[in-house]
Write a protein that binds this ligand. Sequence first.
Ligand SMILES: [Zn+2]
Length: 371
Amino acid sequence: MSLITEDTIRELASFDGGGVPVTSCYLDVDGRRFPRHQDVEHELSGLLRPARTRANGTPSVHHDLQRIETYVRAGFDRSRTRGLAIFACSAHDLWRVVPLPVPVRSRVVINDVPAVGQLESVVQEYDRFGVLLADKQRARMFVFELGELIDRSELFDELPRDYDHRGEKERGDHAGHVEALTLHHLRRAADVAFRVHQQHRFECLCLGGPDEIVSSLEAVLHPYLRDRLCGRIAVHPRAPVSEVREAALEVEARQERAKEAALVARLRDAVGAGHRGVAGLDRVLAALAERRVDRLLVSDGYAAPGWRCRPCATLATVGRRCKVCRGEMEEIDDVVEESIDEAMAQSCRVEVCVGNADLDVLGQVGALLRY
Ligand SMILES: [Zn+2]
């Protein structure tokens, strides 16, 4: 699976259908949520039905939707793919499938340009991270990006056999020697990690291995790497890469949830103080229209119908006259999703919060404001 890059996104974003709408489809195909292929097909059907209505007879869009359906129904390898992003514009031969190793929010957007907002946020959300596993003689360093392995290094410093087994128990003088050798090995492992970091610049580092080894390893890490520590993983130093990857993704998800919780707490305080924070769809849309939003926080899966102004694109929960330009508004199925796109277009940061009850209480959406 080739990784998406900012260049891929920019290239897509610059596509111009010359008046023909572009179809963008994001499909959650996460095997943990949709174990069977027919579950995925069911998810897709739920998206395509309203999309066909919205296509409103435009031949290119109908063809796009048909092609998407054929592609998904034919089946594809889901062992490492948890999300799909598909961009199509049949009239101009645009057909781009981006398999993602992380889940996405299912949706179909039909618009003048490809809806790259979610791709962009995926790239933002998934930091590059390192995993360093060690025991007394082995060290393995991995770097993952978007859940995909991009680099690995291995190090093996063999301990003399005698010392390894009998030495510690029976020959006390040699125990000290083993300890010294182990420490030397861990220092080398820490050096490898630092070298890899210089090359790949990962945001966080998890350690794994026997407790006492990991503690010693932590102590000899470069301070720069110690600042990037984000927890330990219970993975055997000789575990297969797939297992390392799973454990690392879990740590990353846990970190992400913690980050979201901190932001929601900030939002709650701001809203409570009536300063630089608003909650609830109405207020958030108003703040977006005034371009005051710094960060948008949305509960995962939250959707609500609303209105969009035809002349000035302002979003609102109530139509049909635009409060900004007095223009006529049109009804849209999901104003929440549109607000995310709008926030991205305004270069706001968007945080989709998973399972955060505090945000749900605040109305499932809120915004930290710039002023
Ligand atoms: Zn307007």
